[in-house]
Every structure is written in structure tokens, then in C-alpha cells.
Design a binder for this molecule. Structure first.
Ligand SMILES: [Cu+2]
Length: 486
């Protein structure tokens, strides 16, 4: 039944839509400040990382010792646009860690990349982050050391930045998608295997939303619902679709875009790689009706949430998806922007032997001191692999950029696998894709499919920012580099 539903749905939507011309850019003005300043702190938060138990295999099966912030799976911080958070992070795990504020534009020193922006926070150690929240939207945070191990065991949190200009919804649901690699006794299987790391990644078989097999939700009949959907899996690319209600994509990676009806997207889905988020607005059906939200990518549809319409006084009416308020982002000057091209590829010996910074460079020294390197190099960007194994010199930056200048970065995927590419500390515009699959939109992570070329543009913010694949095993086996912006 599921397969039939999928086929008919795809056939029905088969023409898809060429989105190259859709959606004007939402943000309107250039912000004078290239990096939001921290300024006076509005809120202090204590955040600790440690173990907790979660019954992932089912109520009658043994629990799993997962990692979580504050003992709460996918701890959610809700803040207001304009907030300045001071977050005291305590590492109560048995291994070093840091916190990366994914998609947040902030001063480089709080970006959470060990060796490049801060020392590794050792077990029992503390680091205080100061995080300005100028952009509304759906974000998340996670460690940036041994991510395959730490995020693979659950360590991630949700950061929601509310804007007083946000439209009102009758209900809002946060849906955090993550798979787990579990043995029957509730323990973890190897989180990375060479065959996965060198190919599409090592997949988890236990699929969850908010740490459960599925969410059964309720909302008022004929009411408006906002979904915040986060793919925080280490590996899996998902095709998110909605059935049983008119729905529209209203934000990508937290950033507003002119609403696009889901049915106008190619195949009626939004393809989302690890670390990507979307916001979806939908209109509930009449009383008793059900809305289904699923991942249609695999042969077996993973229907991770249903929303059932509850009695309400709202009358049926036409659905006009509400647009979200736009962030004030620095807009790149596309005409004057310098263009750089990077090719995602498999690592060669040359990539692994690439000479890095001299060993007496403080960054190289810090890198050698930390343990945030993988065992083997399978991947590279432009013949340069992030250090792995015995190769522990920090590589030279992929590029040196000028703060405040505009850049167009062309990303070519020369591999047989998709790669969700993330640039720290910036919101970038996705301005073109060779497949014409992507509308113009703002994002912090973009999925580049096998053989595809995607072009992004941004105004460079000062700092040392990593640029990497967010399939965590790819990142930790070489597919990471950095830009130095001065
Ligand atoms: Cu990748």
C-alpha cells in the first residue's frame, strides 16, 4: 500500500517543477555588521554533556545509554531574536568535546571547532560560549569532535529562535529525525565501518523522530500548523513529503523563503541531507482527517508523524501559506563577487601527503594535541584531505578570503555519492544548481548530488571557518577544509 501510494503520488506530481526561477530572495537589506556582535548578555544557560538512558528498541527491550545535553534527548533551547546567550558548557563525558552552533552567525571564537577556534574541552572541563541570535529560525547545536561517535550516540540539541513578527499558528511541532545503530541488547553497533565511510555512510536501522518510532499528534481541524523538521542523522539523506493536507515549504535551514507549495517541488518532496532543516506550513483537514509526514526516499516509506484533526470551530477556507519574517543578512554582490571552485572527490595519496602548516605553527600544534582526527582518508576537497591517521598537520586553508568581500563558490561533486556541504559562521545564498533542482534560497548547508554542480554566494565574515561534508564519516575521513577570512 505504501509503495502504491508513493508511486501514484510521484506519477501525479511527476512533471515536477523547474525551480531555477522561483522564489525571490527574502532578505531585503545588507546588514552593516558582517558578524553579529555579542553585546550585553540577555540570558545565561548551563549546558552539560553526559550519558542518559533512552528506550529506543521498544518499551519491553533493554534501554540504550545515549549521549545528551542536560540528560534530555535533543535538548531544545527556545530563544528570541536579538537574544545574546551565554552558555556555560560542562563536559561530563569521558572524552573531549566542543559545541558548534550550526547555522548561527557568530564571532569565530565561539564557533566550536577544536584546534581552529578553541581548545578541545577535556572531560570535566568547561567552555563559555557567547552566542548572538540575530537570525530567526530553526537551528541546532552539536559537538565538533568525534562527531560520528558523539552525535551518533545522540549528542545534539535544537535551537529555536523566535521572532515577534512570526505568523501565528494553531499548533507547532518540532520533529527531530535520527537513526541509531543498535544491537539487540540496546548497545551500539560500530558507528562507522570502512565500507560505509568510503561510500554513502554507515546507516542506522532503528529510525526515530524525537527519539520515538513515530509521533502521533493532534491539531485543530482546519487549523494552521508549523512543522520544524530537522535531519540530524549522521548519514541519511531524506525526501520529506506531506500527504493529506495542502502544505508549503516556508524556510530552509531556518531562513525564510517565499512559500513554495510542496506539490510544486520536484516529486513533491524536499530532499534533505544530514544537518539540514526545513519549516513547513500546512492546513489541517476537517475533523477526523489525518495528515501524514514521511521520508519517501527509501523503498519502504518511513512515515514518522501523523496529525489528526480534532474538533474545532474553524471553518474550512483556502490555504495561503504564511511567509516568515526574513533575517537581515549580508547580501553578496553577485556581479563583483570573486568566483572559487572546489571539487569534492575521493582522496588520493597526494591528498593525504599534502603538506600542511609548519609543525611549529600554533594551529598545527593544537591539532596534534587534539584527537579530533579520523583513522583513514577516503575523501578530499581539491586534492586536499583534512588530517587523518598519522597525518596530523593542519592543512593550509582552501582559500584566503577578504572580510566583507563577496564570493561565489562553485561546488562540484565528482563522486558517486551525495554530500551535504556546510560552511560555518555564514548564511549563504544557493544561487544555482546544474540539475536546476534547487530554488534560490538562503541556507547554511547544501546537498550536492553525485555529478551535480551547485553555486553558493556569501559575504565573508572574519575568522577561520570550516567547510565540510555533514555526512559525519565523510568529514572525519577527509572531506573538510577551511577558509581563512581576514
Ligand atoms: Cu559527504
Amino acid at each position: 500500500m505504501h509503495t502504491g501510494a508513493r508511486l501514484s503520488r510521484r506519477a501525479f506530481l511527476g512533471a515536477g517543477a523547474a525551480l531555477g526561477v522561483a522564489a525571490a530572495f527574502a532578505p531585503s537589506r545588507v546588514s552593516e555588521a558582517r558578524v553579529p556582535s555579542v553585546g550585553p548578555i540577555t540570558r545565561s544557560i548551563a549546558l552539560s554533556a553526559g550519558e542518559t538512558e533512552l528506550r529506543l528498541l521498544g518499551p519491553d527491550k533493554p534501554p540504550t545509554r545515549i549521549l545528551a545535553y542536560d540528560g534530555e534527548p535533543f535538548r531544545t533551547i527556545r530563544a528570541k531574536k536579538g537574544d545574546r546567550l551565554e552558555i556555560a558548557f560542562d563536559n561530563r563525558m569521558h572524552e573531549g568535546s566542543t559545541v558548534h552552533w550550526h547555522g548561527i552567525r557568530l564571532p569565530n571564537e565561539y564557533d566550536g571547532v577544536p584546534t581552529l577556534t578553541q581548545p578541545l574541552v577535556q572531560p570535566g572541563g568547561r567552555f563559555v560560549y557567547r552566542v548572538p541570535l540575530d537570525d530567526p529560525g530553526t537551528f541546532f547545536f552539536h559537538p565538533h569532535c568525534d562527531e560520528t561517535g558523539q552525535a551518533g550516540r545522540g549528542l545534539a540539541g535544537v535551537l529555536i529562535v523566535e521572532d515577534e513578527r512570526d505568523p501565528k499558528f494553531d499548533a507547532e511541532f518540532v520533529l527531530v529525525l535520527k537513526d541509531w545503530r543498535l544491537a539487540e541488547d540496546g548497545g551500539f553497533l560500530a558507528l562507522s565501518e570502512p565500507d560505509g565511510a568510503s561510500k554513502a555512510g554507515t546507516f542506522g536501522a532503528t529510525r526515530t523522530v524525537n527519539g520515538k518510532p513515530a509521533e502521533r499528534l493532534e491539531a485543530p481541524a482546519n487549523g494552521d500548523v508549523r512543522l520544524r523538521i530537522l535531519n540530524i542523522d549522521s548519514t541519511r539523506v531524506m525526501d520529506i513529503g506531506v500527504e493529506g493536507a495542502p502544505a508549503a515549504l516556508i524556510a530552509v535551514d531556518g531562513h525564510a523563503l517565499d512559500p513554495i507549495p510542496m506539490d510544486d517541488l520536484p516529486d513533491g518532496i524536499w530532499r534533505m541531507g544530514p544537518a539540514q532543516r526545513i519549516d513547513v506550513a500546512l492546513r489541517m483537514p476537517g475533523e477526523g482527517g489525518t495528515v501524514r509526514i514521511g521520508d519517501y526516499r527509501a523503498a519502504e516509506i518511513y512515515e514518522f508523524a501523523t496529525i489528526t484533526a480534532q474538533p474545532s470551530r474553524r471553518a474550512a477556507r483556502r490555504f495561503h501559506p504564511p511567509g516568515l519574517p526574513a533575517a537581515r543578512l549580508p547580501r553578496p554582490d553577485l556581479k563583483r563577487a570573486e568566483q572559487l571552485t572546489f571539487t569534492l572527490q575521493q582522496a588520493t595519496d597526494a591528498a593525504v601527503k599534502e603538506a600542511g602548516l609548519p609543525p611549529d605553527d600554533p594551529l598545527a600544534k593544537a591539532l596534534i594535541d587534539s584527537l579530533c582526527v579520523g583513522a583513514t582518508a577516503y575523501w578530499a576537497i581539491d586534492q586536499q584531505a583534512w588530517p587523518t591517521g598519522a597525518q596530523r598537520k593542519l592543512p593550509a586553508p582552501l582559500a584566503r578570503l577578504k572580510a566583507g568581500a563577496s564570493y561565489r563558490v562553485v561546488i562540484k561533486n565528482g563522486t558517486r555519492f551525495p554530500h551535504p556541504i556546510h560552511l560555518h559562521g555564514h548564511a549563504f545564498q544557493v544561487i544555482d544548481s546544474s540539475s536546476k533542482r534547487l530554488p534560490r534560497h538562503w541556507a547554511d548547508t547544501v546537498l550536492v548530488q553525485s555529478g551535480e554542480t551547485v553555486e553558493i554566494a556569501f559575504v565573508a565574515a572574519p575568522g577561520d571557518w570550516v567547510f565540510h561534508c555533514h555526512i559525519l564519516e565523510h568529514m572525519e575521513t577527509g572531506m573538510m577544509g577551511w577558509f581563512r577570512v581576514v
